[in-house]
Ligand binder design. Structure first.
Ligand code: PLP
Length: 399
């Protein structure tokens, strides 16, 4: 008998599996606004011109394709940490911030989960709701995943009071995940004043902050402004962990480019943590890929390419924001009497529409419009051509 005879067909992934369902649908006007991947206004994948230029330069250099070290490309890590924590970060200058190249955000999260479990953490706290994959990533790392309140669905807003109350009850020493900006899926972030309150509360309660920075540049269009929460926590003296992903802001999705870093109390401590990250990485995947990291470091190391990047990233954020307004206006134009202002108020890649699972399934069956079951719409997939079709479908199932 086959050694695989007892294997059952696994369910489709709730986010990525949508693509498969969409492929099978042969309705000509079908629309997918599922996975968080940027599209241009013609609905096509977009490669940033600065990325094309960096690639060209790399090809011309005829670089070797030797293994990277376990921790990846050190120049890439150094430049990435400056990009995240700030060129002038004193903690960075003191050598207290160190890290490794990671298999993008997901890989960084997985290594971090494993690392803290090996060093005594039993659980991790995540916002409710959070990016769907956070939960299995940390469970697979052997951690129990616990949730703190984050979103007030009845008012389509951040539930800041609930968040504070739940965080107050978290035992000292626990690790708490925060989305650095552009919270996925709700698109609602704390204000700077609220971040300050959170920073103080984390201090008072001796909590261990862990930042997921998957959208730096996508919230405001300005990658520096979007790092404000992380930089505030570091300035306030927190010792913490961070993952950075370059999937969305640099559009390098398939190249798997990111970092995992920590802010330690001194350089020696940070180096000891990195040495333990390498102990996790070596038997897991040995070392990370080279090409994407070279693209990012070529851009961040060159003043012209770097300023092109800032412009082009802003361009993506601006197109999304234009579509937010258009979608809200179209919903009003087709006669919806519901309040859709939250679509405009939310930031980042997603609109957390407020549509429930039944309505989402009805949109799929009747209108061939695919978004995730929680009603999350990837605004990056909304274009001048499909916005009224989407508005019609949303109105039809919600009137
Ligand atoms: N974290 C959050 C909040 C995300 O939304 C995503 C992607 O959707 C990731 C991490 C990981 O993305 P990647 O592994 O492509 O960097």
């Amino acid at each position: 008998t086959s050694p695989f005879a007892a294997y059952e067909m696994a369910p489709l992934d709730p986010i990525i599996g949508l693509n498969e369902e969409f492929q099978r649908d042969d309705f000509p006007q079908k629309v997918i606004v599922g996975v968080g991947a940027y599209r241009d206004d013609a609905g096509k994948p977009y490669v940033l011109p600065c990325v094309r230029e960096a690639e060209q330069r790399l090809v011309e250099q005829k670089l070797d394709m030797e293994y990277s070290g376990i921790a990846g490309d050190q120049k890439f890590v150094d430049l990435s940490l400056k990009f995240g924590y700030g060129e002038d970060s004193s903690a960075l200058k003191e050598g207290r911030i160190q890290g490794v190249q990671a298999l993008s955000g997901t890989g960084g999260l997985r290594v971090f989960g494993e690392l803290i479990r090996r060093h005594g953490q039993k659980h991790i706290y995540v916002p409710n709701p959070t990016w769907g994959n956070h939960i299995p990533i940390f469970q697979n790392s052997g951690l129990e995943v616990r949730k703190y309140r984050y979103y007030d669905a009845s008012n389509s807003s951040l539930d800041f009071d609930g968040m504070i109350k739940d965080i107050q009850d978290i035992p000292a020493g626990s690790c708490v995940l925060l989305h650095a900006c552009a919270h996925n899926p709700t698109g609602m972030d704390p204000t700077l004043e609220q971040w300050k309150q959170l920073s103080e509360l984390f201090k008072k309660k001796q909590l261990f902050p862990f930042f997921d920075a998957a959208y730096q540049g996508f919230a405001s269009g300005d990658a520096i402004l979007d790092a404000a929460s992380l930089r505030m926590f570091v300035d306030d003296g927190h010792l913490l962990g961070t993952i950075q992903s370059f999937s969305k802001n640099f559009g390098l999705y398939g190249h798997r480019v990111g970092t995992l870093s920590v802010v330690g109390s001194n350089a020696d401590e940070a180096a000891r943590v990195v040495s333990q990250m390498k102990m996790v990485i070596r038997p897991m995947y040995s070392n990370p890929p080279r090409h994407g990291a070279r693209i990012v470091s070529t851009i961040l190391d060159d003043p012209k390419l770097k300023s092109d990047f800032y412009e082009q990233c802003k361009g993506m954020a601006n197109r999304i924001n234009t579509m937010r307004t258009k979608l809200r206006d179209e919903l009003e134009a087709v006669g919806s009497t519901r309040n859709w202002d939250h679509i405009v108020k939310q930031i980042g890649m997603f609109a957390y529409s407020g549509l429930n699972k039944e309505q989402v399934m009805e949109m799929r069956a009747k209108h061939h419009l695919y978004c995730t079951a929680d009603g999350r719409i990837s605004m990056a997939g909304v274009t001048t051509n499909n916005v009224s079709y989407i508005a019609n479908a949303m109105h039809d199932v919600s009137k």
